[in-house]
Design a protein around this ligand. Sequence first.
Ligand SMILES: CC(=O)SCCNC(=O)CCNC(=O)[C@H](O)C(C)(C)COP(=O)(O)OP(=O)(O)OC[C@H]1O[C@@H](n2cnc3c(N)ncnc32)[C@H](O)[C@@H]1OP(=O)(O)O
Length: 412
Amino acid sequence: MSDVRIVTEAEFEAWLLALKTGFLREPVVTREQLEARRRQFVPGRLLGAFDGGRCVATFRSFAQELTAVGGAPVPADAISNVTVSPTHRRRGLLTHMMNQDLAAAKERGDVVATLIAAEYPIYGRYGFGPATWTTEWTVEVLRTGLDPRWSGPDDGGRIDLVDGEDVRKLGPELYERFRRAQPGAVSRDELWWQMNTGAVRYGSWTEPFYAVHRAASGEVEGLVAYESDETWTAAKQPDQTASVFGLIAANPAAERALWHYLCSIDWITKVKSGRRGPDDLLPLCLPDPRAARITEQGDWLWVRILDVVRALEARTYDGTGTLVLDVVDDGGLAGGRFRLEASPEGASCVPASAESADLTLGIGELASIWLGGESPVRLAALGRIRAEREGAARQADALFRSSGRPWCPDIF
Ligand SMILES: CC(=O)SCCNC(=O)CCNC(=O)[C@H](O)C(C)(C)COP(=O)(O)OP(=O)(O)OC[C@H]1O[C@@H](n2cnc3c(N)ncnc32)[C@H](O)[C@@H]1OP(=O)(O)O
């Protein structure tokens, strides 16, 4: 039997090799990759399984904040780099590592755990539920109806090209403003900015273009990273696609200006939006929204609630109501019966084992409705939430609903 344990710094190179094997990447680990990756090493937060001295499974978690509905950041245990070598699959190694990590996260006081699931069926069994979704649009520039003579914002703002160093200076503050207003967004640390702007490299790297939107006051309100392919039609007409890696903005005016900018670049005939929230403004920023076609759609951030009381009290509610929730957690970490009393003034959630439940739901279903991205009525229709009294699912729908869908722009 393989031995699951916390990985020491001395074992890190072997762990990295196993990670590359599990993700079917070239197993060679260069010095540069090793040094870059070493910066992600947090003592106690890397798990591995070892068999005869060889690392055969990997698991990494790190401290993160996740924005709840209403803007409060909640402490999260972000999980990444999960692999089991093909020689050791389906022997329970993932289950062992996950149980160990979630127990430690609960002990530390994290309210939730988060991850981006490689495949849909893996994580539901551990109490995770899909909590944010993502949509990519491809915009046919010639169909948009945007003014082809556009040469920049006409409200006193401007678009400036910048480089990676500028992004490392301007990006973090802008992103903080963005994420405090975006349920489902997660924190980025300094290393994230370094790795995502080429200052620290652990794989192949091509410098993208970066543009910022500045308001009339000079303040940076939006940032986009994009690259272009090199496609020409048979008739020697440029036919290039701008692919966006990330577009964040502190307000809708900056967001619109950046989309307009991307659609105005000479030679660019298509703009691929990158992964946006499902209710993103992009199509409606165009005079003809049908110029934006959905080319990818799916679940994105998965959440595992570790503390029901703190999770439900951390978010805001536009409606007023009381619900008794019977939360079933097969993992034994966070289940129980709770009374949620919510109103726009605040919420309280207390254990209520003696009261009769209005709704019975799994801990994963609670995660899906917690960020406002899924509807209790839909889950009740599927039999995944059980209303214990007439109208309870509709009442939950009204209470958990939020005015915008949650969105996590990051992959980790
Ligand atoms: C957050 C991230 O890092 S996402 C990246 C996840 N990693 C990958 O996709 C890399 C390739 N895959 C792998 O490395 C492995 O297959 C893993 C990590 C997904 C699973 O590891 P394993 O050790 O085989 O899982 P383990 O044996 O603990 O399985 C537990 C249960 O999950 C099921 N399961 C595991 N992986 C899958 C899957 N991909 N699809 C469906 N079911 C799965 C198993 O059948 C088992 O079910 P059971 O308890 O009913 O028998």
